[in-house]
Write a protein that binds this ligand. Structure first.
Ligand code: GDP
Ligand code: IMO
Ligand code: MG
Length: 426
């Protein structure tokens, strides 16, 4: 196997975890490179369903190394809960490692996230309230704590002398929220230190070098999706990290030449959780039908996902900025009972009739855009047990081949159900 990145190609929840779990079978090192416990990643293996938030989706195999990379943000309590749940299932965690350079989400980050969401009169993002935005903000402002700080009392005390006066002023004066004393934060950090201790990989440089030198196979697991990327997504309705393929480098410690393939995971339709533009959204019965058959409810927050037809305009954009070399198309089985399937190939501006075939990055005009669709015939049969591409009904293959033609990117994997087994490798 070559070294691969698994990237969400839409607005998240595309089935990345299923594809990561599948590819992890042939990998030695699996690195989650961005995001935090805003992610909800589902793996169905041997009839059992596992839900991950931060822990790489390769953890179900024994003998693999699973690294939570430096590009992530870690909410200690959420990490602890996830660990405990896996221990209950007797999952072997001996290969689990955390980069000492990952950033810690502190209580003030979740409090500020919650406050901003609950009090936004305009421009609400609909975040997961896991403190993601405020943690990355502080990382960029150079006033965040890293995992390694927990293991150096001197560094921690020095950093807190800089962080806390600033942070407390902000919490009190801007948000009207509780402030923190140094002693209180030191106590919290003591608790966090114990939670992370068994997993922190201070030898990460040597480990990364060894894996590379010995030709071991590396799999990078993305979270969220290209359209939620802070640089390229539907800004400001995005998350605060870089889910794109390029994020695999800044979030892991490996350079771009280590990567051979970037697999973009996309559903055969589109979903979105939270606010923000979504040109192909279906707010009618068809949207409800997709949500019901596709079980489109968030793993992390339980929120119903907004549903719509496949949007080839954003997907073409995702192929470019996500750096995709191929696509894993998931949930095509959801269309088994559909007479017709629509596919958006362009947008039309209602104001002046202007046609967009490339993605317009100014999201404030998206409310004026309507999708231009082409319609494909359904196949009217259960495809969830099909194992070979040639055995797919002709209309399903036609739909897939049309997607490849528009996107100018090959579909390498077709997923026809949530289970590991329900996958067609092309
Ligand atoms: P992720 O965040 O990208 O890993 O995706 P989620 O786990 O949030 O959501 C994907 C959902 O779709 C999960 O419930 C998966 O079990 C399920 N799923 C993945 N692939 C398929 C598929 O091909 N068909 C169906 N019916 N379900 C799928
Ligand atoms: P996975 O990895 C879907 C969305 C939130 C919100 C926006 C910002 O499971 O695909 P944040 O809490 O990150 O500040 O919220 O991003 N969002 C996701 N939507 N799947 C995810 O992760 C998401 N992670 C964040 O709903 O709109
Ligand atoms: Mg998800």
């Amino acid at each position: 196997m070559s070294n691969k990145v698994v990237v969400g190609a839409q607005w998240g929840d595309e089935g990345k975890a299923k594809i990561t779990d599948l590819l992890a079978l042939d990998a030695d090192l699996i690195i989650r490179y961005a995001g935090g416990c805003n992610a909800g990643h589902t793996v169905v293996a041997n009839g059992k369903t596992f839900k991950f938030h931060l822990i790489p989706s390769g953890i179900l195999y024994k003998g693999k190394t699973c690294l939570i990379g430096n590009g992530t943000v870690i909410l200690p309590e959420s990490f602890e809960t996830e660990i405990n749940e896996l221990k209950k299932e007797n999952i072997d965690l001996s290969g689990l490692k955390i980069s000492p350079l990952a950033t810690i989400t502190m209580p003030w980050h979740t409090e500020v996230d919650g406050y901003s969401e609950d009090n936004a009169k305009k421009g609400k993002i609909g975040t997961t309230k896991k403190g993601i935005g405020p943690t990355y903000t502080d990382k960029m402002a150079r006033i965040a704590l890293k995992i390694e700080d927990l293991y150096s009392t001197e560094a921690l005390r020095e950093k807190l002398d800089v962080i806390l006066p600033l942070k407390n002023k902000q919490l009190e004066k801007v948000y009207g929220l509780k402030t923190y004393s140094k002693e209180e934060v030191l106590d919290l950090c003591e608790k966090y230190k114990k939670i992370f201790e068994p997993y922190v990989c201070f030898e990460w440089q040597k480990m990364l070098e060894d894996f590379k030198r010995n030709g071991k196979r590396i799999l990078f697991e993305g979270a969220q999706g290209v359209m939620l990327d802070v640089d390229f997504g539907t800004y400001p309705y995005v998350t605060s990290s870089n889910p794109i393929g390029g994020g695999a480098c800044t979030g892991s410690g490996y350079g771009p030449k280590v990567i051979d393939e970037v697999i973009g995971v996309a559903k055969a339709y589109v979903t979105r959780v939270g606010e923000g533009p979504f040109v192909t959204e279906l707010t009618d019965d068809m949207g409800d039908k997709i949500r019901e058959i596709g079980h489109e409810f968030g793993v992390t927050t339980g929120r119903p996902r907004r549903c719509g037809w496949f949007d080839a305009v954003t997907m073409k954009y995702a192929c470019l900025v996500g750096g995709l070399t191929s696509i894993a198309l998931t949930k095509i089985d959801v269309f088994d009972s559909f007479d017709e399937i629509k596919l958006c190939t362009a947008y039309k501006d209602k104001r002046d009739g202007k046609i967009y075939t490339s993605y317009p990055t100014n999201v404030y005009i998206h409310k004026y855009l309507e999708p231009i669709y082409e319609t494909h015939k359904g196949w009217g049969e259960d495809i969830s047990n099909i194992k070979r591409y040639e055995d797919l009904p002709q209309n399903a293959r036609k739909y897939l081949e049309r997607l490849e033609e528009i996107l100018e990117t090959p579909i390498s994997i077709v997923s026809v159900g949530p289970d590991r087994e329900q996958t067609i490798i092309k």
